[in-house]
Design a protein around this ligand. Sequence first.
Ligand code: COA
Length: 260
Amino acid sequence: MSYQTILLEQQDGVATITLNRPDVLNAQNNPMRLELVDAFSRLRGDGAVRVIVVTGAGERAFSAGADIREFLEPPVPTRFREERKRLDYRGEMDRCPQPIIAAIRGYALGGGLELALACDIRIAADDAQLGLTEITLGIIPGGGGTQRLPRLVGRGKALEMILTGARIPAAEALRLGLVERVVAVGELMPAAQALARSIADKAPIALRYAKEAVVSGLGLPLADGLRLENDLSTLLRTTEDRVEGARAFIEKRKPKWSGR
Ligand code: COA
């Protein structure tokens, strides 16, 4: 599939997806959703891809959310429901075993913030503005926002944001735990790529199991989560890379991971 609305690059174990409709602040239309479904489903099956970075083209936005022009056509309910399933790229993201990093510059609004919330780690430029603005259009978030936001920032702050549609500046987003790091605009992509590379450098199976333990564990009672962690860490004791990691430490050299 050749893409019209996104860019996909791959280098040294890091895949970068760039939303590429800068003229409309990277608003998400159905062709973009379909391309994101294709890209994430392709990347999650690619063993050479260790980390995925998601960002927006241009200087103004990560993404200003759903393409509002698509709202003007009244949808047929059953067709709309089926189409949403077909275009559910966030479901594909949830199935990605690789860590996904959002690099957010400018606006991340509505579905744009929901895309960032579906990522594992968020880095923002100091010009970022984040919000779930759907309420101002007479709708509510439908791409995971009402569920993922309160899990990050708590019930009160999430409701305040969702009920008012307020835009939160980067510094406040950092304070709330909505993003992990804020950097100068010019530092955004270098910081995201450096983080991605430092993760991609680690043992491949350990990376996947670490993400699985944390993400799956969050949906489990503590005792079950601890059991999952124990199972995954026990399995990792059987890998060749675990011997290589110990050997490299003792021989004072960089490990050469085989992914086995
Ligand atoms: N869908 C479609 N087009 C969008 C868009 C969206 N979500 N967000 C921005 N655009 C378009 C604008 O229509 C404009 O296109 P034009 O140049 O053809 O008129 C272009 O992107 C630039 O946006 P503009 O509104 O002129 O920039 P601004 O600096 O005045 O305002 C925002 C920026 C982000 C505050 C404003 O565009 C906005 O509120 N967008 C909608 C955000 C939103 O509510 N998203 C959630 C959807 S559920």
